[in-house]
Write a protein that binds this ligand. Sequence first.
Ligand code: PMV
Length: 349
Amino acid sequence: MNQLLRAYKNVSPIVFESAWESPSNIAFVKYWGKKGHQIPANPSLSMSLKECCTKTKTIFSPSNELQVNLKLEGDTNPKFAQKIRNYLASLESELPWIMNLNVSIETSNTFPHGAGIASSASGLSAFALTFADYLKALNPNDDHSLFFKRASHLARLASGSACRSVFGGFSTWGASDLPEATDLYASPLEVHPDLRFLHDTVLVVNGTEKNISSTDGHGRMSDHFFAEARFSQAKVHFTICVQALKAGDIESVGKILESEALSLHAMMLTSPSAYTLLKPNTLLAIEAIWRFRRETKLPLYFTLDAGPNLHLIYPGHEKKQIELFIHHTLSPMCEKILYDVTGDGPKPC
Ligand code: PMV
């Protein structure tokens, strides 16, 4: 059994309420492909955002059976409630009392739906933090210095990328040469002061819901012709990106960012059942960014999540000229623009 949950196996449910606000994150080195139940095929690295967060209040109480009610933005949402129920039921062997729990969740996002921001990362990390809080209340004598590791572990079991949102700044997840590295939960990564705060401006090229989920995308890596090459590439990118972030080398970070975005989407295009989430304007914007960089030498880079919307990453000191370019050249290519920066991580609310 996982040691992070061992002390909670034989406790009894009580009534308890917890509320947390947790950010979304944007991966610099992507997690795409699994090698077991929520175990990543390669290490990943991300930056937590400041403005794009989910606020979640959860009330736990004893019950005859496991029941979950969930309200998203004030509306009952049976689909998400069922997802959380399945997730909690999957923890039964480690926490048997979970089957005698009533869980009532109220959740809302600080960012618009369909904005290219991963609400699963913020939403499931916020829920995991309320659940970690509940565990703490059930066994107050346990070692609570592990609180964030435990929350990250719980978040990972719900959605891989969510485990990285439990920390502010930059965090890594997955086996690597870093001392803290593990596949079980994420760890914070100290970076050079010059890169501690970066901008993430999201160009919402297309806000409609994607028809291929990330779960489906991860699955398509299992028989992908290029899978092993991709996992090796990600491991090399991870090492370079960590070194460059620590050295304050934005140019090397930017190179990795863009290569990771394009590799992620190349995996979709070259998978046995090929698909793409890119839109014509995604490519037009990429070409315009490359042109701008060639002409101005300014440190503006892009990355992509599993969707068509571009995340523009740049340091604050060149903000003025870069944001003029975004406004004049890139904004006609997108539906809306969201401005965010590196955040400090989740907080109780
Ligand atoms: O956490 P999931 O299963 O939704 O997968 C996320 C995958 C990407 O967002 C594309 C990459 C990442 O590392 O966040």
